[in-house]
Design a protein around this ligand. Structure first.
Ligand code: FES
Ligand code: CO
Length: 333
């Protein structure tokens, strides 16, 4: 297992969908997780495996804040400790009759889990905290490829005119102007990492948002300071002085199997959440066929394995970052 991803936070669900009283399942790095919200509102994320005979806990039920296994009815409390073995109702269940609990937290409209010891805090996403912006969670979008391929596609400006013709780009404006790439500090010190930021990225957008009729040049920045998270900010800031942001978070299911989540922090007040989601769904469906066609599915990190063009400066910096971090999962080093 890749140490870096094992000890990092990953999205596993949309917060809003986890209502009390229901068991949910999620996959992460080859593990199966059962997620549930207790009466106290807090989330639990456990290995989806009963310590008795290994049945899936998610096949069971929640009863009075206890998870009841479907096989022999063992009952687990909010701490994951077994409190009742119905075959021996008088016995006190042994201490080791407990579930394997993972760390879990909620942020940016998503549920995040870490199946190891978190080495880094979540990448700060300040725009999400801006009350003037609307937040919409899009996805998850399943993709049969590795996480780094999905991040690179998000960072790629040269495909807009071809893959998203008439929406995010135009075949009449395919040139990618030079842009700047620099180190990016997430300001978390010990609990953070040095990433990369691309600024002064200009792209022609035929429909720069749902309201615009005419195309225009749009300025972007991209910041990446986690292996599988990237945030795009659209400039210029509007009259009120705030910028829209779109963040991408890849949930690594297996080395070549992922789910992408997109969280919007937008100013658009005319469209409904569903319309904004439908727009992202459409964009992502255009990326999907390309993403799943790319071979190898793992990103080759060694120079010379693929032939870059100048517009790939940002993804080249991202690959250097992954190499320096020592990522093994989803890459060919
Ligand atoms: Fe869960 Fe037996 S396998 S109670
Ligand atoms: Co795209």
């Amino acid at each position: 297992m890749d140490e870096l991803l094992l000890n990092d936070w990953h999205p596993v669900a949309a917060s809003a969908l986890l209502q009390p009283g229901q068991l949910h399942t999620a996959h992460l790095l080859g593990e199966e997780i059962v997620l549930w919200r207790g009466a106290d509102g807090k989330l639990r994320a456990w290995d989806d495996r009963c310590p008795h005979r290994g049945a899936r806990l998610s096949l069971g039920a929640l009863r009075d804040d206890r998870v009841v296994c479907a096989y022999h009815g063992w009952q687990f409390d909010v701490e994951g400790q077994c409190r009742l073995m119905p075959a021996h109702p008088q016995d006190t269940p042994p201490k080791n009759a407990r579930t394997l609990a993972y760390r879990v937290q909620e942020a940016y409209g998503l549920v995040w889990a870490c199946i190891g010891e978190p080495r880094y805090d979540l990448l700060p996403f300040d725009e999400y905290g801006d009350e003037r912006l609307r937040k919409v969670v899009c996805g998850p979008y399943p993709v049969q490829t590795s996480g780094p391929r999905i991040v690179e596609n998000f960072l790629d400006m040269a495909h807009f005119g071809f893959v998203h013709t008439g929406i995010l780009g135009s075949l009449d404006h395919t040139e990618v102007p030079e842009y700047d790439v620099n180190p990016y500090d997430d300001r978390l010190g010990e609990r953070g990492m040095q990433g990369v930021i691309a600024t002064r990225c200009f792209a022609f957008q035929p429909v720069s948002n749902l309201l615009s009729k005419d195309g225009s040049m749009v300025e972007y920045t991209y910041r990446v300071a986690r292996p599988l998270t990237a945030i795009l900010t659209k400039l210029p800031q509007n009259q009120e002085g705030f910028a829209e942001a779109i963040s991408l978070h890849v949930q690594p299911l297996e080395e070549e199997k992922s789910q992408a989540w997109i969280v919007l922090a937008m100013t658009n007040s005319v469209s409904t959440d569903d319309e904004l989601r439908a727009f992202q769904d459409r964009i992502f469906s255009q990326d999907l066929a390309i993403l799943e066609s790319q071979r190898p599915k793992r990103v080759p990190l060694q120079p010379g394995a693929e032939v870059p063009q100048r517009a790939d400066k940002l993804s080249a910096a991202y690959r250097r970052m992954l190499r320096q971090l020592g990522l093994r999962y989803g890459v060919i080093a």
